[in-house]
Design a protein. Structure first.
Length: 477
């Protein structure tokens, strides 16, 4: 027997007992018998909110009695409204047999129509034990609605339901004045993941960084449906995406954009720092619990990635409940080459050319030339993800500054390990030796001797000439 039919059978039993009492089979003027509703009996309604599939027991409805222990883990902070059902503006009064007749056939899933309506709602919030009590509630007929799931990822909310106070007890054939209801919820207990592929060492402009989001499909309550399934990813502003390149797969098959899902922003152009939203549409009806929707999101580097890290998470919304992925951390570093005169480190050397490689004699990544300050900085180098903070690169000197010696053989290669998580550049000092100049004459050589001998001869000649002149003067006198 379904839950709704069982509930209405109980309500009809109560209705019949009340009619009999009014007809005189039961003495109306005497104190109420055990089968009659006692208008003076104190009342309460207690809502117990617990985790679990509300239909896991095959659709068996509650009977209004307290359960010990309550099934499932308690859920605190869930908000309900309890609203009296009215007829011609007056609340249903279940001490009157005619009002029992009025409520027959009402369906909580169907909006009430005139002359029925709703009175002023009472808003209640479950406490730490998952329960909340309304003491002294009127003897009437109420619509109970879960309005806020609180901090819980409730993927299948409890449908609206009616409850009567008092409630007919099938076991004792009496009336339950302290009514207990146990609307259970199905939680979204999935754990989506996000990962990034190794982009191949350096993240230069235009390099591809590919992200993959795996979103498990949550279990929902029996009879419930998947109404929304949405994956949201806010990209780093240094990355851009053309959403036409996004690939969405389910159970190994590629879904069709525009038919199985929609995506924003629109494709056809690259958007920096986009908030990407993939919403399943046609594929919603094909979803099954414990399967995966996978979104592959290729992005390109729109700005040089400075040393540091990019952290990013995605969100998966199922039936208006949201769970988050892990937060992958992508680490970047940089290498700074310092080129200087080997004889004097203060003399920076301009014009040296270096190439950056992924391995010795491996694939060339990029190249650069030292400036006036003798520096080159290779930035945006992939170091690793999450706790991986180490990556090895190789630099090769291919051209020395004018007047300096270019190393040869293995000496042109230098291995560099970026192991600091990319916070500061790794500095590599590369001194250069000057080229040798042409050979010059040595001091005290042949040239000097020639000039020295010639000078001596001149001195001797001067002395001889001076002696001759002196003798001639003496002879004349």
């Amino acid at each position: 027997m379904s839950a709704s039919r069982t509930t209405w059978r109980r309500l009809l039993v109560g209705f019949g007992a009340t009619v009999l009492a009014t007809a005189g089979v039961l003495t109306a003027t005497a104190a109420p018998g055990p089968g009659n509703i006692d208008p003076t009996a104190p009342t309460s309604l207690t809502i117990h909110k617990h985790e679990g599939d509300p239909t896991a027991t095959g659709g068996q409805a509650g009977d209004g009695n307290a359960l010990a222990p309550a099934p499932g883990s308690p859920l605190a902070g869930v908000t309900f409204t309890v609203t009296p059902v009215t007829h011609n503006g007056a609340p249903i009064d279940l001490t009157k047999p005619e009002d029992w007749a009025l409520i027959q056939g009402l369906n909580p899933a169907t909006p009430l129509t005139s002359p029925f309506g709703l009175g002023a709602p009472q808003t209640v919030v479950t406490q730490a034990d998952g329960s909340v009590t309304l003491p002294g509630i009127a003897k009437g007929f109420f619509l109970v609605r879960e309005t806020d799931s609180g901090p819980h990822p409730i993927v299948s909310k409890v449908p609206d339901f009616f409850v009567s106070v008092p409630f007919p007890d099938d076991v004792s054939s009496k009336w339950i004045y302290d009514v207990h209801v146990y609307p259970k919820n199905k939680l979204n207990e999935t754990t989506p993941t996000k990962e990034v592929a190794d982009p191949g060492k350096a993240l230069v402009l235009g390099s591809t960084v590919e992200w993959k989001i795996t979103a498990p499909v949550a279990q929902i309550a029996s009879g419930d449906t998947y109404r929304t399934f949405e994956i949201t990813d806010q990209l780093d502003p240094r990355l851009q995406v053309d959403t036409d390149t996004i690939v969405v797969t389910y159970k190994g098959a590629t879904l069709v954009a525009g038919t199985d899902y929609t995506v924003t922003p629109a494709g056809g152009q690259a958007v920096k720092g986009a908030k990407v939203v993939v919403s399943l549409t046609g594929a919603l009806s094909r979803l099954e619990p414990d399967t995966d929707v996978v979104v592959t999101l290729p992005t390109t580097v729109a700005e040089v990635v400075a040393p540091g890290a990019i952290t990013n998470e995605a969100f998966v919304n199922t039936n208006d409940t949201t769970v988050k992925t892990n937060i992958p951390k992508v680490n970047f570093g940089s290498i700074q080459i310092h080129k200087f005169n080997q004889k004097d480190a203060s003399q920076a050397l301009q014009g040296a050319v270096f190439e950056l490689y992924d391995a010795k004699n491996g694939t060339k990544i990029t190249e650069a030339t030292t400036g006036e300050d003798g520096l080159i900085t290779f930035t945006g180098l992939w170091v690793g993800k999450d706790d991986d903070l180490s990556e090895t690169y190789w630099i090769k000197e291919t051209k020395a500054p004018a007047g300096y010696v270019l190393p040869t053989g293995d000496a042109v290669w230098r291995e560099v390990t970026v192991d600091n998580g990319g916070v500061t550049p790794v500095v590599v000092d590369v001194p250069n030796t000057k080229q040798g100049g042409p050979n010059l004459p040595l001091t005290g050589g042949v040239g000097t001797a020639v000039f020295g001998g010639g000078g001596a001869l001149l001195v001797v000649a001067a002395i001889v000439i001076g002696g001759v002149v002196a003798r001639r003067r003496a002879a004349t006198n």
